[in-house]
Write a protein that binds this ligand. Structure first.
Ligand SMILES: [Zn+2]
Length: 414
């Protein structure tokens, strides 16, 4: 399975050739960067989880001559060019989109942006480290260092595709970082998406205006803190009848209000979509012997500048509600899954640049792996993602010559 994945990455995405464009800032490099990038990609693909595990495999297979040492990999990652790695991500995206491997989310191309805390550490080692005081058991106060970043994904019906990330620097909030991220993603992926969804933090005129200048629409969660809009939407909901429908097991009561004059900074009218949802569920009863029926209720409110559809209003409204809900994909498929399954919270090398290098390369690997899994695995005995990842790891461990051929461009002497 390991070799199959490598062949697939090379045949479809030309992966081990396009990574040759990545360079780093070593003054007299003995080993070309492409070999180091290939080693990191192999480490991520085979889910080693740490450079230490990779070095164990290198020692076991006697590959010291073919795979650079762990300390070289770590040192090189300190100065690897991030824009060039992002360029590889863009190439992968282009191929995937051209070959129709990505699908729109309920008829629309939707981007999702959110912030996330990834790494905590008791030591401060780099200029991206943020710090806070934590109180431990017994009241002892200690400084904890941590890293945060914002990520941007493309939501999809089967898989989501991670486009980019940007660190949240010490002294700044999520919005400042996401502002840089959105600017870059709009430049690098101008036609990838039409709508961007964010949580309550993104209900800001600066975000709406920025995306509008790139001809994109915005959806943001409406929370109680935005009193004026929130109360106006609630008042209107009391005065009008909702659209009522059922989708799968969930019953919806949805209001779609056009509101203007309640958002000072923005100055334009917006739509507020209110959705009351109820899903019947069978759960274990408390005695553990039988089942009982219960009802899961959820109330959602979103603000958007998406235009109101002129025809097929109800179909459109249903789709808009589903698109609004696709925001959860960034939590589950990007943050939780990369951490739990792919060890994204591991600090491979603690330096400002290296942390981003390892994450960007991991995202490239996860994107390829996801496409490989849904399009290329026809074997019905492979049911779970974890099992497939294990098969790839075993394939690497047992393969005779497990390294991909990379173009060996000699390093340019300085
Ligand atoms: Zn740090």
């Amino acid at each position: 399975m390991y070799k199959k994945l490598l062949r697939y990455s090379n045949k479809i995405f030309n992966l081990f050739s396009i990574i040759a464009s990545i360079t780093d800032g070593r003054i007299k490099p003995q080993i070309p960067t492409v070999k180091i990038v290939a080693a990191i990609i192999i480490m991520h693909f085979t889910n080693q989880g740490s450079l230490n595990n990779l070095s164990q495999e290198i020692a076991y297979k006697n590959f010291k001559a073919d795979i650079p040492s762990v300390s070289t990999i770590a040192r090189t990652a300190d100065s690897m060019d991030l824009e060039e790695i992002r360029g590889v991500g863009i190439e992968i995206y282009r191929e995937a989109r051209k070959k129709k491997m990505l699908e729109p989310c309920h008829g629309m191309w939707v981007g999702v942006v959110d912030g996330h805390e990834q790494i905590t550490s008791p030591y401060c080692k780099c200029p991206y480290c943020k710090s806070r005081i934590v109180t431990k058991k017994g009241g002892i106060k200690d400084i904890q260092y941590y890293h945060e970043f914002t990520a941007f994904i493309l939501a999809g019906p089967k898989i989501s595709f991670i486009l980019d990330l940007e660190p949240i620097l010490p002294g700044e909030g999520e919005i400042s970082s996401s502002y840089r991220l959105i600017e870059r993603v709009c430049k690098n992926y101008p036609k990838a998406f039409k709508i961007v969804i964010g949580d309550g933090l993104y209900l800001k005129e600066t975000v709406f205006n920025l995306l509008e200048s790139h001809h994109k629409y915005t959806i943001a969660v409406l929370k109680e803190e935005r009193r004026q809009l929130f109360e106006e939407a609630n008042r209107l909901s009391l005065l009008s009848e909702p659209k009522v429908y059922r989708q799968k097991k969930t019953y919806y009561r949805v209001w779609d209000h056009s509101i203007s004059g309640c958002w000072d900074g923005y100055g334009k009218g917006v739509r507020v979509i209110v959705s009351e949802e109820a899903t019947p569920k069978r759960v274990h009863s408390k005695d553990g012997k039988s089942f009982r029926d219960s009802l899961n209720r959820a109330n959602w409110m979103w603000v958007t500048n998406l235009p109101c559809p002129e025809s097929e209003y109800l179909v459109n409204l249903k789709n808009t509600v589903r698109i609004c809900h696709s925001r959860w994909q960034i939590e589950n498929q990007c943050f939780n899954e990369t951490v739990n399954t792919w060890n994204a919270d591991h600090v491979y090398r603690h330096s400002a640049n290296a942390i981003i290098v390892f994450l960007l390369l991991l995202f490239i690997c996860v994107n390829i792996f996801n496409i490989f899994r849904i399009r290329n695995i026809k074997d019905r005995s492979i049911k779970t993602k974890i099992y497939l990842i294990r098969l790839i790891g075993i394939g690497f461990h047992t393969a005779g010559s497990p390294l991909p051929l990379v173009p060996t461009i000699p390093p340019i002497p300085i």
